[in-house]
Design a binder for this molecule. Sequence first.
Ligand code: SF4
Ligand code: SF4
Length: 68
Amino acid sequence: MSTSRRIEINPDWCKGCNICVAFCPKQVLALDERGKAYVANVDACIWCRECELRCPDFAVTVVVERAS
Ligand code: SF4
Ligand code: SF4
């Protein structure tokens, strides 16, 4: 069984509040020049979902797909 994981950020919903960046324990996320969150260092992600849970605008989704 394989598992694929990714972080999806909807830029239309992101208001650049920086909460996900600040609460990520592994500095995975950052704000780009437009003030939108993006995944800067996915290799460090521990898939804790803090970003998804903390975003007040539901702009972050941590996707975990398991395929057998
Ligand atoms: S917490 Fe949500 S709205 Fe705030 S910067 Fe992160 S993705 Fe954007
Ligand atoms: S799932 Fe956890 S480690 Fe990964 S980006 Fe979100 S807050 Fe950071």
